[in-house]
Design a protein around this ligand. Structure first.
Ligand SMILES: [Cu+2]
Length: 267
């Protein structure tokens, strides 16, 4: 129903609900706009000076406007308690179980997205500020930690398997960034000092999206959605959605390559 809004192509399981909501909000706002606009015009004509040469100091005496205001407050309470809070609980608070999902840590920095996979053991390796090196180790990953040996890190390249719940643990190194992927209908601020989880299920591979859009160069893009400094506009990450097998092949190769590179930095 939201084609008329020109939204970007949809590629996440929950996205249809969000699009519906956006569509309804536009319709309600249109009704409100027409209603208030009509009332405004009515008031201008009804209370024009030529018809009311003397001000009326008594004003309105009926209770109609009080009842109307109470009515509006009740409707808003129903929207908040009946819809907004349950939706938040279902969509934001209820994360999928981590053993059924891919958990990946995404850390914003000026001006890049650092991606960190825990590797086959599912445990994120220790990080240490002292090891942080913007060129070779932007997350300060301690490869001597056993849990870190199979970890995979990338810069600006997020690889995801299709049709699997993805939990992104969002962090920031210094200022507020915002992780936004329009096709997944997700957008969440990354706040320094906090780890904020968001989740979604990608439903369309990059390959398939290229066919659908007729654009052979199509890429899902992580756009930083908070003005975070002078390089904000070039803070672009890319998401590659693959089939489960393709993703596994990529992950296995990356684990091997990064473990070897860490074991022998001078090779
Ligand atoms: Cu940013």
């Amino acid at each position: 129903m939201t084609e008329w809004l020109g939204m970007p192509a949809l590629a996440a399981a929950h996205g249809g609900q969000i699009d519906n909501l956006i569509g309804w909000i536009h319709i309600f706002m249109l009704i409100l706009f027409v209603g208030w606009g009509g009332f405004f015009l009515y008031a201008i004509i009804r209370f024009r000076q030529s018809r009311n040469p003397v001000a009326d100091y008594r004003g309105v005496t009926s209770h109609r406007s009080t009842y109307l205001e109470v009515g509006v407050a009740v409707v808003e309470a129903v929207l908040l308690i009946g819809f907004a809070i349950p939706l938040w609980a279902a969509r934001v608070d209820a994360l999928p179980p981590t053993n059924e999902a891919l958990v990946v840590q995404v850390t914003g920095e000026q001006f890049a997205w650092n991606i960190h996979y825990p590797g086959p053991d599912g445990v994120f390796g220790r990080t240490d500020l002292k090891l942080l090196d913007l060129q070779v180790n932007p997350l300060g990953l301690d490869r001597s930690d056993p849990a870190a040996q199979d970890d995979v890190t990338t810069v600006n390249q997020l690889y995801l398997p299709v049709n699997k719940p993805i939990i992104v643990r969002l962090r920031s190194k210094e200022v507020i960034h915002s992780f936004g992927v329009p096709e997944f209908r997700v957008k969440q601020d990354a706040i320094p000092g906090l780890t904020i989880p968001i989740w979604f299920i990608p439903t369309v591979t990059t390959e398939e999206m290229r066919t659908r859009t007729g654009n052979p160069a199509f890429q899902y893009e992580i756009a930083c959605a908070q003005l975070c400094g002078l390089g904000h506009a070039r803070m672009r990450g890319f998401v590659t959605v693959q089939t489960a097998e393709e993703f596994q092949t990529w992950m296995d190769a990356a684990v091997k390559e990064q473990a070897e590179a860490a074991a022998d930095p001078f090779r």
